[in-house]
Design a binder for this molecule. Structure first.
Ligand code: CA
Length: 238
């Protein structure tokens, strides 16, 4: 499903956009501050971004420039949303890399039409990487299914995201903090022990059908790799 990301600090506008975009059949994600914006774009890979110009801490213009400087996300269409109506501001917005420009107050049908037009130019992240494979573990990113050998394994959405994160970068040790931020999101409060609980569940689901490739790195975090010899059992954590 096509994901539209709204980067907007005004809750009323974000809610209004969210409601209308969902009605059009899009998946919607809202980021309410500029500081998290770049991370969230990299993590969620939206098809289109609606970006507010006036944001606290980092302006929409700055975010736009940052997105355009990152090779893996720079082609995502950006619709800039702003109350500024002066012509020179419009030019500034477009030269910073925005694809489109809508001034507040905007008409919902018009904005929906702009989203639709820009959606046609969205990069196809999913097609580029439909599968992630590590040894006998296959993750189908589109269908959101996991197979070990020929057996499908049922995982919760959280465990699925955890496994995806580890398999994307085999051998790399992810700290609990990094996993929390990427899997649960920046604004959600969860204790770091929650990561251990979900890793334990992930292990028990995966290891029914093969060796334990998840490595616990004491006091550090988790990785996935072929060296399963020096594994610390989960029970030793805390
Ligand atoms: Ca704003």
């Amino acid at each position: 499903m096509s994901l539209v990301m709204i980067i907007e600090d005004e809750e009323a506008i974000a809610t209004l956009l969210c409601y209308n975009l969902e009605k059009e059949g899009y998946k919607v994600s809202v980021v309410n501050n500029g500081l998290n914006a770049l991370n969230e774009v990299e993590r969620q890979r939206p098809s289109v971004i609606i970006l507010d110009w006036m944001l606290p801490e980092i302006s929409g213009i700055e975010i736009c420039k940052l997105i355009r400087s990152k090779p893996d996300i720079k082609t995502i269409p950006i619709i800039m949303l702003t109350a500024k109506t002066q012509e020179e501001d419009k030019i500034k917005g477009l030269t910073s890399g925005a694809d489109d420009y809508v001034t507040k107050p905007f008409s919902i049908p018009e904005l929906m039409a702009r989203v639709k037009t820009n959606m046609r130019r969205a990069p196809l992240f999913e097609e580029k990487e439909k599968y992630l494979i590590f040894e006998d573990i296959t993750i189908d990113l589109v269908e959101k299914k996991v197979k070990r050998g020929n057996t499908y394994i049922h995982l919760s959405p959280t465990e699925f995201r955890l496994l995806k994160m580890l398999v994307k970068d085999p051998g790399k040790v992810f700290s609990r903090e990094v996993l929390l931020k990427s899997v649960w999101g920046e604004n959600i409060f969860v204790e770091s022990r929650t990561v251990d609980v979900h890793i334990r569940r992930l292990r028990s689901s995966l290891n029914k059908y093969g060796p334990d490739y998840i490595r616990t790195v004491r006091a550090n975090g988790y990785a996935i790799d072929r060296n399963t010899n020096n594994n610390t059992p989960d029970e030793d954590e805390n």
